[in-house]
Design a protein around this ligand. Structure first.
Ligand code: NAD
Ligand code: UGA
Length: 480
């Protein structure tokens, strides 16, 4: 029996995954009605904004995709129940952050939003509905979702409903979400019901080659997502650990990464040393894996994965410590320019950004930070640092107010030259392309000498910085 074609999709959650993923599905399948729903009215309003530069998620290419499909077969709405009722297929794409209290606090995923979705689907669905886990979830979450859904099949409220359950984790990376979705390495579909699997596979099959559509059981699919993120994060902690060793031995981590990455068994990707991984998922997903390992009686496996997260925090504190040490052991009252606040280039997302921990450490030391990022706004930075912005102090008359008493302060800097004015150091924390092309000869005279450039992302050309008379620290670079 062939699967009935999907004509109407609902996606619950209009975030960094739900928005771009559904926009691409709608773009590729113009005959399928795709409705993305969210409880956050502000977010939905932003998705519906006529000005495509105001979409709530910044992703290169997303505006064009949304521009083509929105209003044709792509809709953003807060009418959750109506969209579920009309759909043949419902994607659950809500947030699954780490629990902050209760059982498993600090490690387990908080599944309250997923459970709320399952209950809402159970209540509002009509006819046969394929429910797809798109959120990243602990292994065997589908069991709980299924239990809630299948209980409603017999609810006796007079509505005919039945369900099939699939896991279809998302592998897009922020900043490259559109190409990742348009040409994925693979699409993973886990499930028990062959017709439901076929229905989802034929949707993706409109633009993804069949050999890239992998089919597994539900639990392999859920676990593969956590494992993929754990492996990627592990490579970053590995290269950052080697970078620290390079710094004290005279080796250069870029050379080491190239030398090992040319081994086809290792490969060149994810070997970029930096300020540690950020983003909403790597840390959360590894901690979730750690929790599961402990739960299933595998404490040594749990310790192994937990060390990846420990090394990452250590790297972030180490960079802040290096700045303080190089600046004669104190940054109290000193102006420092922080270039980049997003967790990586080409996104406005700051969740778990390395800049947060590094800036907090420097503020704790009493620094005055001028923070520049082309896509992150000042309100977001204030929320992340849990500290309101100050007004920019006048370089000539020196610190005022809190800064005078040695407290750390920060202010948003619209342009790079004003961030550097009077600064003792520049700290580059996000690899925005723009930072690769800075004119150091013009910028150096604005700074207080002797001045430093701390390049945690390997974006500057060392000769340009040094010939401008600036001192340079680059992550993972030892002095030969
Ligand atoms: P997000 O926080 O950006 O978006 C989640 C959205 O869900 C929010 O807008 C929230 O208001 C909405 N929501 C929560 N409960 C709801 C409910 N009951 N009804 C309607 N809307 C509801 O999260 P995200 O970054 O899009 O991540 C979503 C999931 O995808 C997570 O499990 C994450 O681990 C996974 N993931 C994220 C990425 C990424 O790059 N961000 C990549 C792959 C997988
Ligand atoms: C990551 C994965 O790459 C995606 O496959 C996955 O879907 C997603 O997590 C998720 O589950 O949320 P993302 O976090 O958006 O995607 O971005 P990455 O490109 O993986 O970067 C994560 C962090 O690692 C960034 O802070 C980045 O700067 C850092 N990184 C990455 C390095 O420090 N070095 C590298 O070589 C690569």
């Amino acid at each position: 029996m062939t699967a009935a074609p999907i004509t109407s999709i609902c996606c619950i959650g209009a975030g960094y995954v739900g928005g771009p993923t559904m926009a691409v599905i709608a773009d590729q399948c113009p005959d399928v009605r795709v409705t993305v729903v969210d409880i956050n009215q502000t977010r939905i309003d932003a998705w519906n904004d006529d000005d495509l530069s105001k979409l709530p998620v910044y992703e290169p290419g997303l505006d064009a995709v949304v521009g083509r499909a929105r209003g044709r077969n792509l809709f953003f709405s807060t009418a959750v129940d109506e969209a579920i009722a009309a759909a043949d297929m419902v994607f659950i794409s809500v947030n699954t952050p780490t629990k902050t209290k209760g059982l498993g606090a600090g490690q387990a995923s908080d599944l309250r939003w997923v459970e709320a979705c399952a209950r809402q689907v159970a209540k509002s669905a009509t006819g046969h509905t394929i429910v797809v886990e798109k959120s990243t979830l602990p292994v065997r979450t589908a069991e709980a979702v299924k239990a809630i859904l299948f209980a409603s099949e017999q609810s006796g409220d007079g509505v005919q409903r039945s369900f099939a359950m699939l896991s279809n984790p998302e592998f897009l990376a922020e900043g490259t979400a559109i190409p990742d979705l348009e040409l994925p390495d693979r699409v993973l579909i886990g499930g028990e019901n062959p017709e439901a699997i076929d229905a989802l596979a034929s949707l993706y099959g409109r633009w993804v080659p069949q050999e890239r559509i992998l089919r597994t059981n539900l639990w392999s699919s859920e676990l593969s997502k956590l494992t993929a993120n754990a492996f990627l994060a592990q490579r970053i902690s590995s290269i950052n650990s080697v970078g620290a060793l390079c710094e004290v031995t005279g080796a250069d981590v870029r050379e080491v990464a190239k030398a090992i990455g040319t081994d086809s068994r290792i490969g060149p990707k994810f070997l970029q040393a930096g300020p540690g991984f950020g983003g909403s998922c790597f840390q959360k997903d590894i901690l979730n894996l750690v929790y599961l390992c402990r739960h299933f009686g595998l404490p040594d496996v749990a310790d192994y994965w937990e060390s990846v997260v420990h090394l990452n925090s250590w790297q972030q504190h180490r960079i802040a410590r290096t700045v303080v040490q190089k600046l004669f052991g104190t940054v109290t009252g000193k102006r420092l320019a922080v270039l980049g606040f997003a967790f990586k280039a080409d996104t406005n997302d700051t969740r778990e950004a390395p800049a947060i921990r590094i800036a907090k450490d420097l503020l704790e030391e009493g620094a005055q930070l001028a923070i520049h990022d082309p896509k992150v706004n000042a309100d977001q930075i204030a929320r992340d640092l849990q500290l309101p912005a100050s007004t920019e102090p006048d370089v000539e008359s020196g610190p005022k107010g809190a800064a005078l008493s040695g407290e750390g302060t920060w202010w948003p800097s619209e342009n790079i030259a004003s961030a550097l004015k009077g600064a003792d150091a520049v700290i580059i924390l996000t690899e925005w392309n723009h930072y690769r092309e800075l004119d150091w000869t013009a910028l150096a005279p604005l700074m207080r000498q002797p001045a430093w450039v701390f390049d945690a992302r390997s974006v500057v050309t060392p000769a340009d910085v040094q010939s401008a008379g600036l001192r340079l620290w680059r992550v993972g670079e030892g002095q030969p």
